[in-house]
Design a protein around this ligand. Sequence first.
Ligand SMILES: [Fe+2]
Ligand SMILES: [Fe+2]
Length: 195
Amino acid sequence: MPDAIVLLKNDHKEVERLFKQYEKLGDSAYVTKRKIVDQIIEKLAKHAAIEEQHFYPAVREAADDIEDAVLEGLEEHHIVKWTLSELEDLPAEHERFHAKVTVLIESVRHHVEEEEQDMFPEVRSAMGRKALAELGDVLEQAKAAAPIHPYPELPDTPPANLALAPVAAVAAPAVAAVDKGRRGLKRALGLDKSG
Ligand SMILES: [Fe+2]
Ligand SMILES: [Fe+2]
């Protein structure tokens, strides 16, 4: 079983592989672009969720001096999740699609570099082997249950994100079938007053 940092780095690698696939596509490969971007959305939604639910809170608890990096990470997630939620609804043929994916890729690469170069090494020395191994198990389990949509408008810190996680995970597939995801879920959760 990988420890928490190895697990998160593996996620980063999988997403980077999808970015490279996307970057190789021709301008009019709309069907393949859509498929790859849908995979990117799902992987990043789950990855962001498990970091926000379990990894970032554990880091904050383990070391005060990593607090600022976590807070910056949350803001970067927030922007990325908005972009992901826009891409869910944007046709690949739209003139804004490719530019939006390009900016998404730039933002995620920047965020991943900060996590891997700055945050993770500090976390490894602050938390130690045993705690990181246990946290790896927690992340693995949370990943299986994490929502496949980004939900940028929902809370991203405990306890509220933990309380909403099962609702988001269970409601998402059912709601997506009739209403393509996030607006439907917002309504299901009573957060969307516009109806
Ligand atoms: Fe990450
Ligand atoms: Fe992150």
